[in-house]
Design a protein. Structure first.
Lengths: 592, 243
């Protein structure tokens, strides 16, 4: 190839490269020279917006915002002699289960157990030891379930419990011993309502003789540590009772059981959690609220509050002072932890992935839940409903890996108890941001008295972690642990809050939390904030530019440094074969 | 409404709470032998609104649901044969299969069409387990299901009759992750209609998201690059050399 042809090739290549280089990338002085010489270049219209998608309500994957209460679970009712108050929220707790938890699963009829899907020995209530009209021997049985777990047969999680639309991190929970399937029915892969995040709040009475049996139905070892609950280090038989593998006992292996024994002398809002490999097991969901109610006559407490939230059968002591009681359990979830149970079906591999591969010191939480749900699901079952002038008791547990700065709109709350211990009344603090450290419990008094201090009046007031990532789901807002204080005047008949802001249908779409929907699309009628229509050409230009530049550089290198061999590979190939082939040839000759 | 005779004659779960009393340490346990209600979670209403031929027996030792030792499936003229199986559930039986945690002593049973099968379901673990068969005719078995659940250390006995067609039925434990981690088996009626997936010792897993997700990116990029170079660069040279 002649040197002229070579130079021409390089020049043409460089010209093509120059054309491919985006206008904006040239030095400012060059652009000024160009503009002075040739004037402004012609108008280049911006890509149009992607047509906005129809509201999620019109698409197939839209889920009903507030499913109808076909079973009549919301209304006030009396089951097995237990008065259960009406549930104001859209998706209430199962009243049959509440009746069984109050009476004891050993004291209710078959029908209640069937409808509650509980084992007959889930909550066994025995003798009245102090003769005050309520049982004081309580035997609770807990099982361990994996939600959103892996399966060797399906490419979707099994025994599903979405915490928000389309968000299904692997979770482990404690649940009262149930009976039958873990799913709604055989056709369904959704968890039955009694098995969910959070692990349920447990209530006993001060002075009760409590036994808690852990029936480990899971494929990994677990224990229970009763954090803050008055319990002896060793039980009467001299066995470890603290739930801590390194100091008190061997963990409960899969398909084995263990019973913890205690008789709590002090009341208060406490905590229970698995103490095996806590950096993973607690954050996988093996944690719940443990409430010890003050001793009162005829005090039949609701042993479990499934999914926490509104307590439909409050204890006598709480009813003496408060109009309503709510359990609020905050958690944070790292999706990189939860997805590990879905990554393999081999317990050995899962064990390695969770306990050795996963490094919590490198972790960040992605999901933030209130009572096991993130907004907008929190509006289905975690509303705090009140009437003017009522006094509410909020028991708050932060089970997350980080503290939360809980802020109440429209109200200033008063802290009555820290970690279950009463704070003296004269020095109590009333404020609108409450810091709750990890594992901490605060009892809050929420007064609905419209005095400009405790309440600013009726409304739909949100409450949320004011560390702003807490109000997102994987960084997409609104989501996270946003809850709502709703005055009954602002509650629809079906338990849904009346709102005056934007349409919520986007938030019930999986696509929204997968970053596929522009955040303002529900009210951006002229599509001014829609997505920019993507064009392949700009990207292709860059790829071509890089490719051609590489070719040009390669050619120049070849011509300058390796002599004039052009694109002909023959010479070097002959050389290569000349180096090594002779031996073969001679051997071939010999055979000939 | 409910065929109580069928339940009773099905030999299902008449073992009342005799043994349960021990573990309850003197606390009173109400016997809960009540039929007349299917253990079902229907959309839109209580299960009692549905008529059915089965029923269930339940107590602290477990339950047997939809037991049937009398009623023939419509396609059967008579009971072809009687079988008695003992199915044992326990983590012990998972030991031969290194990637499982729960197991049955046997993961396949073969029976003749129209046969009557009495299963003694023995649970050697301390937590409850189930042995459920799915896909049976719904006009006899509510939800098409014959279901036994044994509490830890307890045994249940139940009988059911299979129809005439060659079919392979799923038998499993439906407690979360128990089937996934080994408690999956099949009941082959006649010649069956093909093996099910993921049965320990019998068939391969159908699907598993790749654990490669947890390989560091540079490793799989590196492997890809090594493959590419060897194909694009070394391979043509070797061919030329061979010429």
């Amino acid at each position: 190839m002649g040197s002229l042809a070579r130079a021409t090739t390089v020049v043409i290549l460089l010209l093509v490269c120059a054309l491919l280089l985006p206008w904006e990338s040239y030095p400012r002085s060059w652009k000024l020279w160009y503009a002075d010489t040739f004037g402004a270049t012609s108008y280049n219209p911006a890509s149009a917006s992607v047509p906005s998608t129809p509201p999620a309500t019109q698409t197939e994957d839209f889920e009903e915002i507030c499913p109808a209460d076909v079973k009549g679970w919301r209304k006030a009712q009396t089951i097995a002699g237990v008065k259960i108050s009406a549930s104001p929220v859209c998706m209430p707790d199962n009243p049959w289960a509440i009746a069984a938890f109050v009476q004891g699963t050993n004291n209710v009829k078959h029908m209640a157990l069937m409808n509650a899907r509980l084992a007959p020995d889930a909550v066994v209530k025995g003798r009245d030891l102090d003769g005050d009209g309520d049982p004081d021997e309580i035997h609770i049985r807990l099982e361990v379930f994996e939600l959103n777990g892996g399966s060797p047969d399906l490419d979707v999680p099994v025994v599903q419990f979405p915490i928000a639309p389309g968000i299904k991190p692997g979770l482990w929970v404690f649940a009262p011993k149930s009976s039958g399937m873990s799913t709604e029915n055989f056709e369904s892969i959704m968890a039955q309502p009694g098995i969910r995040l959070p692990s349920p709040a447990i209530r006993v009475e001060q002075g009760d003789v409590v036994k808690v049996t852990l029936e480990n139905t899971h494929y990994m070892p677990h224990t229970i540590h009763f954090h803050g609950v008055d319990h002896p280090f060793l039980d009467a038989e001299g066995e470890g009772n603290d739930g801590v593998p390194v100091t008190s006992e061997s963990p409960v292996m899969p398909a084995h059981t263990r019973t913890y024994n205690f008789q709590p002398r002090q009341p208060g809002t406490m905590f229970y959690h698995c103490h095996v490999q806590v950096q993973a097991h607690v954050l996988m969901g093996l944690q719940g609220m443990f409430v010890i109610e003050e001793n009162r006559p005829n005090n039949w407490v609701q042993t479990f509050n499934i999914g926490d939230g509104y307590v439909r059968h409050s204890s006598v002591a709480v009813r003496e002072k408060y109009d309503r009681e709510y359990d609020l359990h905050y958690q944070d979830i790292d999706k990189e932890l939860g997805e590990r149970v879905q990554a393999s079906n081999d317990p050995r591999v899962i064990t390695r992935l969770i306990h050795r591969d996963y490094d919590i010191t490198q972790a960040d939480a992605d999901y933030f839940t209130l009572n096991g749900h993130s907004f907008p699901y929190t509006a289905r079952d975690a509303l705090i409903v009140t009437k003017p002038d009522e006094l509410l008791k909020l028991r708050v547990l932060n089970g997350g890996s980080e503290g939360i700065a809980l802020h109440t709109h429209g109200h200033k709350v008063t802290i009555s108890h820290y970690d279950g211990v009463e704070y003296p009344e004269p020095v109590r603090i009333t404020r609108d941001v409450v810091w709750i450290a990890s594992a901490q419990r605060l009892d809050l008094e929420l007064s609905a008295k419209n005095d400009g201090l405790h309440s600013y009046g009726e409304g739909v007031w949100i409450l949320h972690d004011h560390q702003e990532k807490g109000v997102t789901t994987g960084g997409i807002g609104p989501g996270g642990n946003v809850g709502i204080i709703v005055y009954d005047k602002y509650l629809e008949d079906n338990g849904w809050p009346m709102t005056f802001g934007v349409d919520w249908s986007n938030y019930f779409s999986e696509d929204y939390y997968q970053r596929k929907i522009p955040v303002w699309s529900s009210y951006d009628d002229t599509n001014r904030f829609g997505d920019v229509q993507g064009s392949v050409w700009p990207k292709l230009k860059i790829v071509l530019l890089l490719l051609l530049s590489g070719i040009a550089l390669g050619l120049v290198y070849r011509w300058v440094f390796t002599g004039d061999k052009g694109l002909d590979l023959k010479v070097s190939d002959d050389k290569a074969s000349g180096d090594k082939v002779p031996g073969d040839k001679t051997s071939g000759d010999r055979h000939d | 409404m409910i065929d109580l005779v069928a339940i009773r004659s099905g030999r299902g779960g008449l073992n009342l709470a005799s043994s349960a009393g021990l573990s309850l340490r003197g606390l009173l346990l109400v016997g809960l032998l009540i039929g007349g209600h299917a253990f079902a979670e229907e959309k839109g209403g209580m299960a009692m609104d549905h008529s059915m031929q089965g029923g269930m027996v339940m107590d602290a030792t477990g339950m047997v649901m939809n037991a049937n030792s009398e009623r023939l499936p419509e396609d059967c003229e008579k009971i072809s044969r009687d079988y008695e199986f003992t199915v044992i559930a326990g983590t012990k039986y998972a030991e031969p299969f290194a990637d499982t945690m729960f197991g049955f002593n046997q993961h396949e049973w073969k029976v003749e069409p129209c046969s009557r099968i009495t299963v003694t379901f023995k649970n050697e673990d301390q937590v409850r387990h189930q042995w459920m068969v799915h896909g049976l005719p719904k006009y006899i078995y509510d939800q098409g299901m014959f279901h036994m659940e044994a509490a830890g250390g307890h045994t249940q006995v139940g009988t059911f009759i299979v129809p005439s067609d060659d079919r392979t039925y799923l038998a499993h434990c439906d407690i979360a992750q128990h089937m996934e981690k080994g408690m999956k088996a099949q009941l082959v009626v006649g010649r069956g209609d093909g093996d099910l997936w993921s049965i320990p010792g019998l068939t391969a897993k159908f699907e598993r998201p790749p654990t490669a997700t947890f390989l560091p990116r540079w490793i799989w990029l590196g492997l890809l690059l090594v493959g590419f170079i060897s194909a694009a660069y070394l391979w043509p040279r070797l061919i030329k050399r061979g010429r």
